[in-house]
Design a protein around this ligand. Structure first.
Ligand code: FAD
Length: 315
């Protein structure tokens, strides 16, 4: 039986293919969305002629100041989807002027306000893999708009396979790397043989491993050992591998996950504040509670870093 047909209430007003499998879409709703906070997401949907309607969540890449004209989305075509009616396979056939479904409600708590709080003075390090960049462009573009073009106390690490897979490079480079320290740090795992890639090399999460973290500290203008929760809070967005590996590396520095489930598994008491937060695009558990060896090593890392722990409940 096919899923219910969706009623279209919005128009794709702009589509830019960065590569055949990576695109920026701007969507304008017939009745404008109420405003939103950078870091939130919208629900978009399309109808397959036989299989019916399909909806998915997409982080808003644009800043609220462009609202209500349009919302912008940064979307990857998924080559190996898990559903039998993948939305990205319909979406990438859509062109300027085509109709689409967009839910009225904008949702999500992956905002500065709902994670560390708007008044937190620490450097906010954003870690993004692929289209996981979207919530962070919204945050930095909005901040710059409201603060005379300044990029704020934010740093972005953005990882992709190839240089051509990095969206928003010019905008972020000109906004964030104007002073001595680097606050926009693109990194690619396959820089290619041409040798003209000048950025970091390796998966984005690799820069938080013990051997590479001192290099990141230097680029960010933090002293040796300065990448710690006294100075820094971390927000990560993307797929499970990036999120899990970044968190696992940073537990050793005393970073405490804000996610409730993860805190229960690791026995982190209520009163210990979170300093590392994430938005996940897939559904694989970040740290499998049944993987006793992994859970034990995470707990040990937190203990070594001096984080007070209760007895873990879910291991
Ligand atoms: C809160 C939230 C915000 C999201 N924001 C974005 C966004 O801004 N841009 C975006 O491209 N996707 C985003 N996603 C993922 C999106 O909702 C869909 O899961 C994705 O587009 C695949 O949908 P599909 O129907 O084509 O494939 P499905 O058949 O649903 O296949 C799902 C599988 O695709 C893979 N996948 C999902 N997202 C990605 C991705 N971005 N890159 C590579 N592989 C992926 C995962 O392995 C996942 O298990 C977000 C997800 C959530 C929960």
């Amino acid at each position: 039986m096919s899923a219910k047909t969706l009623e279209y209430n919005a128009t794709v007003v702009y589509k830019q293919l960065l590569t055949p499998t990576l695109a920026i879409f701007r969507v304008k709703k017939d009745t404008p969305w109420t405003t939103f906070i950078p870091g939130q997401y919208a629900i978009l949907g399309l109808n397959h002629p036989e299989k019916g309607g399909v909806m998915r969540a997409y982080s808003i890449a644009s800043a609220p100041y462009t609202h209500p004209d349009y919302l912008e989305f940064y979307i990857r075509y998924v080559n190996e989807p898990t559903s039998d009616n993948p939305l990205t396979h319909l979406l990438f056939k859509v062109n300027d002027g085509d109709r689409i479904m967009a839910r009225d409600k904008i949702q999500g708590k992956f905002t500065v306000k709902d994670t560390v709080g708007d008044e937190d003075p620490r450097l906010k390090v954003f870690v993004a893999s692929g289209t996981g960049l979207a919530p962070f462009t919204s945050m930095v573009f909005e901040y710059a708009h409201n603060n005379g073009g300044k990029h704020g106390n934010f740093a972005i690490f953005h990882g992709a396979s190839y240089p051509s897979d990095l969206g928003y490079v010019e905008e972020l480079e000109s906004l964030m790397n104007s002073g001595a320290a680097k606050y926009y740090l693109p990194t690619v795992s396959r820089p290619g043989e041409a040798g003209n890639w000048k950025g970091l090399v390796g998966r984005v999460e690799s820069h938080f491993e013990p051997t590479k973290l001192p290099g990141a500290e230097q680029l960010l203008g933090l002293g040796d050992g300065g990448f710690n929760p006294k100075n820094v809070v971390v927000l990560i967005c993307g797929l499970q591998g990036t999120i899990a590996n970044t968190i696992i590396s940073l537990l050793k520095r005393g970073f405490v996950p804000g996610d409730r489930k993860l805190r229960r598994v690791l026995g982190i008491p209520e009163e210990v504040p979170g300093s590392i937060f994430y938005e996940q695009y897939d559904t694989t558990p970040i740290i499998d509670p049944n993987n006793a060896a992994l859970v034990a090593s995470c707990i040990e890392a937190l203990k070594q870093a001096g984080v007070p722990l209760a007895e873990p409940a879910g291991a």
